[in-house]
Design a binder for this molecule. Structure first.
Ligand code: C2E
Ligand code: CA
Ligand code: CA
Length: 896
């Protein structure tokens, strides 16, 4: 037994002293018993001193929780030892004095010592409600009887030497009573505590000391020679045992079982014997017949009464046993039912790893009853990759010398259908628990929970609207496919798809309708793909397809065409038939590029497809990447041009067709003289500027330049009615700062807001309906006018016109160019009609010929703009015209 609860800083533990002390005590005891009495008494004293010294030292090493009990025990031992030693010494010199002092001086020491020992031992055992009272009562019964007997026995012989009668009563009455109480506490300690070396040593030691004391007393009262050496040796051994118990104590004897009140047969016999002592005493001292008769009858009554009581007790015990047993059976049944219906598997495994108990669920999970198996056999039912690690951990845990905290393992099971099941195993060492006495393995199947976690993780990798893979998943698969393609010499195709004008759907029918369109199309695309292909949604109206294992570019084309074909059929939402287009960029690769490059090139091809007029697929070619590079270069050049002030503005007059083609305004058009490529059309760079955001800076520049030029014109002729039209892009319209910027620029040149027209293409008005429209409305409240540019090319809806915050409609030049065709004539006429009804000014763009001009005049179109009237010109040229031909311009008094 080891003292596991000692502090580490204690170099010498109590345990270190056990062997030396045992040796010293044994040797001294033998010597005391065998050497001549004169030498023996000093050896006796020496042995006691060493033993008690060890006891005092050992006390200090004890944990504080047990120190109190042991202090009492050791104090008692010391008092008894002093008594014995004194008796030994004085007994040798003079027998009479010995008896004398034994009766006068020693009883105080002996009885106090006995009492202290009894209290100390009693305090070591925490007892139940009944224990102490029962022991006490029994002790009183026996003690009283013994007292009665000794009173009678002793009266004749040594009685006369007693100093006084009371001292004798104490000596021969109370002392045996105390010794009996001590005896009971020892019996109780042994019975009720968990027995261990400390308990056994303590009990033995106390019994030996008691025995020696009683023997001494008995020798004294019966006037026999007490053979002091032998008794002293015995007492020394007893004290040694008590101190050794202190040294090895590690709380055994503490565990108390609170038993139901019951009388052991042995104790019942003892009590009966004690009761019979009284009539027996009477019988022994009887001087007449009456006393004999009374004694015999008392004996008979007591015997009969005892039998009666014993029967009653027996009955009671049977009833109590039955109750306890039925409770135990009920508990057991309940526990068994719980185990039977438990879905978790419970295995109890012994030291050798053999399964000694298996819950019925084990047979369900493992398909056979594992009772009698070795834990290693369970391995066969685990997933191959888990076997070694799992069983290693379990066996290690079982082989641990001391119980550790429960072990938890996550592993996988392989069931009969070979589907994986996830398993949590908990290993708890309950070998110290007498009711279990084994290592308990609890196995909980967590397949459902694990699947759920996996599903949640998977969901995070999916697009919530369509359930398709997201960009991350697509990239992973693409990387994987590329590695395989280059390894196995295969080809793959990547398609990036973008719906044409999807914003119109969102803006006119709402986002819910847009969602339905995306869901419908995604399932249509999925339907034309093979199961091995990956379809992903990159967000918005962008999709991507990965087709592994294709033979040729031709195959890729077939896929692209099939995907494109999914938009052939209109999507019907709430009765609205939506005709959608799609543009697709296609890349074919055999593992030469990485995923980023492939997606970049697919986007370039997609851009190309859009540029070529949408509703088509375009296969990526190197040239496109070069073009893309050129575009990037151009954007870079444009940024420099902006910074260097290399951009210029051209002004194209707008004329009043119904009043002699007089100039009522000018449209400001950006011009860029590229250092290498010469004059560039805005068409070549405005789109790039839009993409890079530079378009806002261009707009700022145009507005400032244009208004400045207008100021110059108005300064020359303050009566001039000349409006300035400036093109505004989607991006600028989304910027609420535009409002403030326009107002301050108008202020700077002191221009009436009424003189400014902002031209906005149809599609940009719908781009971000709420924001663009609100910016437009606020500017309009300031007096600024708006024109719909390129009307007829976008998502044209005449009916829709009246809801827009516009004042002017500019009919796209393609219709004017086709004015010799009746369809175009009808269309322009319709636009003019609507304009009249909605009080919108209609302006024809791209008027190139006199015939077109005449037709427009005939149709009642208010304004015109085109090469027929004037080409765009510089600010200076415009001022030149104003100076040279002022009558071509509209003036305030003339217009009124
Ligand atoms: P737009 O707003 O429709 O401008 C009219 C375009 O038609 C101008 O081309 C003009 O030169 C051209 N044009 C005028 N009369 C005729 C004609 O009789 N026949 C033909 N074939 N064309 C004619 P430009 O200057 O090349 O501008 C092209 C487009 O670039 C503009 O179309 C406008 O959308 C955009 N743009 C021009 N300047 C700016 C600007 O400062 N900011 C923004 N955001 N866009 C601009
Ligand atoms: Ca325009
Ligand atoms: Ca236009």
């Amino acid at each position: 037994m080891t003292c596991s609860d000692e502090g580490d800083d204690v170099v010498h533990t109590r345990g270190d002293l056990v062997r030396p002390l045992a040796a010293v005590v044994a040797v001294t005891a033998i010597l005391v018993a065998s050497v001549p009495p004169a030498a023996g008494q000093w050896l006796h004293g020496l042995g006691l001193a060493v033993t008690l010294g060890a006891a005092v030292w050992g006390l200090r090493q004890l944990p504080s929780t047990r120190r109190a009990s042991w202090r009492l025990v050791i104090a008692g031992t010391i008092l008894l030892a002093v008594d014995e030693f004194t008796a030994h010494v004085t007994g040798l010199s003079d027998g009479a004095t010995a008896v004398q002092s034994a009766l006068v001086l020693l009883p105080a020491l002996t009885m106090t010592g006995t009492a202290l020992l009894a209290i100390g031992i009693a305090s070591m055992v925490r007892s139940g409600r009944w224990g102490d009272q029962a022991v006490l009562l029994d002790a009183v019964v026996v003690g009283t009887s013994v007292l009665a007997l000794t009173t009678v026995l002793v009266s004749g012989s040594t009685w006369h030497v007693a100093a006084d009668w009371m001292t004798a009563r104490l000596q021969f009455g109370v002392h045996p009573l105390l010794q009996l109480v001590l005896l009971f506490t020892v019996v109780r300690l042994v019975n009720r505590g968990r027995r261990g070396p400390a308990t056994n040593l303590l009990a033995t030691g106390v019994l030996v000391v008691l025995g020696a004391t009683i023997a001494t007393a008995f020798a004294l009262v019966t006037d026999r020679d007490p053979s002091p050496g032998l008794l002293a040796a015995a007492a020394l051994l007893g004290h040694g045992a008590i101190v050794l118990a202190l040294l090895v104590d590690d709380a055994d004897g503490r565990t108390v079982v609170d038993t139901a009140p019951r009388v052991e047969p042995s104790r019942a016999a003892l009590l009966l014997a004690a009761m019979l002592l009284l009539p027996l005493t009477l019988l022994l001292t009887a001087t007449n017949q009456r006393d004999v008769v009374v004694a015999l009858m008392t004996t008979t009554v007591l015997l009969v009464l005892s039998v009666r009581l014993w029967l009653l007790l027996h009955e009671l015990r049977r009833a109590s046993d039955a109750r306890v047993a039925s409770q135990a059976r009920r508990d057991e049944r309940r526990f068994a039912a719980l185990v039977r219906h438990m879905s978790d598997v419970l295995l109890v495994v012994d030291d050798q790893g053999i399964v000694t108990f298996a819950s019925p669920s084990a047979a369900r999970m493992l398909r056979t009853d594992p009772a009698g198996w070795h834990v290693r056999d369970i391995v066969e039912h685990l997933h191959p990759s888990e076997r070694k690690a799992t069983i290693g951990a379990v066996v290690d845990h079982i082989n641990r010398p001391s119980p550790a905290a429960p072990l938890r393992i996550k592993t996988r099971l392989l069931d009969a259908s070979d589907a994986q099941q996830y398993l949590d195993i908990t290993v708890a060492d309950l070998r110290d628990d007498n009711d279990v006495a084994g290592v308990v393995l609890t196995m909980q199947e967590t397949t459902e929970r694990t699947d759920l976690i996996r599903q949640v993780r998977e969901l995070a990798r999916r697009d919530s609207l369509t359930g398709l893979a997201n960009r991350d998943v697509f990239n992973e698969r693409l990387e994987h496919a590329l590695a395989r393609a280059s390894r196995e010499g295969r080809r793959l195709a990547v398609l990036t798809c973008d719906l044409d004008d999807f914003k119109d759907v969102n803006d006119t029918l709402g986002h819910a309708a847009g969602d339905v369109v995306l869901q419908t199309l995604s399932s249509r695309i999925q339907a034309v793909l093979r199961s091995s292909d990956t379809l992903a949604r990159f967000g918005g109206d962008e999709f991507a397809v990965l087709c592994e294992d294709i033979e040729s570019t031709h195959d890729a084309g077939l896929f692209a065409r099939a995907v494109l074909g999914t938009t052939d059929e209109a999507v019907v939402i709430d009765g609205h038939r939506m005709r959608l287009g799609m543009s697709i960029g296609v890349v074919v690769d055999s593992g030469d590029r990485n995923a980023v490059e492939i997606l970049r090139d697919a986007d370039i091809a997609l851009y190309e497809a859009k540029g070529q007029g949408k509703r088509r697929w375009v296969l990526h070619r190197i040239a496109m990447t070069l073009r893309n590079r050129a575009r990037l270069q151009l954007a870079d050049d444009l940024a420099h041009a902006l910074a260097d002030g290399a951009l210029d503005v051209a002004y194209q007059p707008i004329v009043d067709l119904q009043h002699g083609d007089r100039i009522v305004g000018v449209e400001a058009l950006v011009r860029w003289d590229h250092p290498e490529q010469g004059q560039l059309s805005p068409d070549a760079f405005v789109a790039i500027a839009e993409r890079s955001g530079m378009v806002t800076a261009i707009g700022t520049f145009l507005l400032d330049e244009g208004l400045q030029t207008l100021r110059r014109c108005l300064d020359r002729d303050p009566e001039l009615v000349l409006r300035l039209a400036v093109n505004v892009s989607v991006r600028e319209l989304r910027e609420p700062l535009l409002i403030n910027h326009v107002v301050t620029t108008l202020d700077r040149y002191a221009i009436d807001p009424d003189f400014l027209v902002l031209e906005v293409t149809e599609s940009s008005m719908f781009d971000d309906t709420d924001l663009s429209l609100s910016v437009m409305r606020q500017l309009r409240e300031q007096g600024v006018r708006f024109a719909v540019d390129d009307f007829g090319t976008g998502y044209s809806s005449l009916a829709y016109l009246k809801q827009l915050p516009v004042d002017i409609v500019k009919v796209d030049q393609s219709f004017i160019a086709d004015l010799d065709e009746p369809v175009s004539v009808d269309l322009v006429r319709a636009i003019v009609e609507i304009g009249r009804t909605l009080r919108l000014d209609v302006c024809a763009e791209g008027v190139e010929t006199a015939a077109q001009h005449d037709a427009l005049v005939e149709l009642g179109c208010a304004f015109g703009q085109g090469f027929h009237h004037s080409r765009p010109m510089s600010a200076d040229e415009l001022l030149g015209v104003l100076a040279a031909e002022p009558e071509r311009f509209v003036q305030r008094e003339r217009s009124s």
